[in-house]
Design a protein around this ligand. Sequence first.
Ligand code: CAA
Length: 257
Amino acid sequence: MPYETILVEKREAVTLVTLNRPQALNALNSTVLKELIEAFAAYDADGSQHCLVLTGSEKAFAAGADIKEMQVQGFPDMYSANFFAGWEQVTRTRKPWIAAVAGFALGGGCEVAMMADFIIAADTAKFGQPEIKLGVTPGMGGSQRLTHAIGKAKAMEMCLTGRMMNAEDAERAGLVARVVPAAYLLEEALKAAETIASMAPLAAIATKEMINASFEMGLAQGINFERRLFHGLFGTEDQKEGMAAFVEKRPGNWTGR
Ligand code: CAA
């Protein structure tokens, strides 16, 4: 189905989603959200797809939520629409996905990147939560996910001053998994996605579920949750196949069962 604000392409087992509002530096308006919800749900439901890469343009991953759309809203509009709550649907994607970030990832742009399982950044990437300069605060999870990712001091500084963090600093702070030269961003992100897509699909979903649980649970509860999921994988064909393949010195041939 053709979308208005995003491009979606299947590359073998990897779905590539590209934000495509160049005239607004990929600002995230309601149409972008609606289309991303649809595209991510389609990816999750498609048995042939095992990893997704979300990217933007060379200049901007996304320069934030659409300020022009929000400008005219009042509290009753925002509250009754539960504005931004739809992003939770994107975060409920069960299969793995990667954000490939070049240029600006500001406000909602930084927040969407942080919704990904991990971020690969171009050396041109700039992360920031500049909402305070607009008289507001992060509203798509930035105050929480950024603090989890880089700690209180750095998150406070970024959110209170609006200062941007470059790619090198973002890697050092733990916000991004890896920095690559801008020219190789997509290639590197797709390569990582292909690697993930080549793994046993249920183990990939379980991995994601248990790591995400660490943000919600205490240590003992989280370790118990991990162990139960680990036990559960012994009920899959792919566990038998993976261990047999190791012993027989051959690659695993996964069924996703
Ligand atoms: N919303 C709507 N339009 C945006 C936008 C945004 N977040 N960011 C950029 N644009 C538009 C600009 O208005 C401009 O459009 P026009 O040509 O029609 O004027 C176009 O994109 C190009 O932008 P600039 O001319 O400003 O480009 P630049 O290279 O000079 O500056 C920039 C780039 C520093 C990223 C600057 O555009 C900027 O500061 N953007 C806003 C960043 C921001 O404040 N983001 C947070 C938004 S609020 C939010 O996200 C809330 C939340 O928690 C979810």
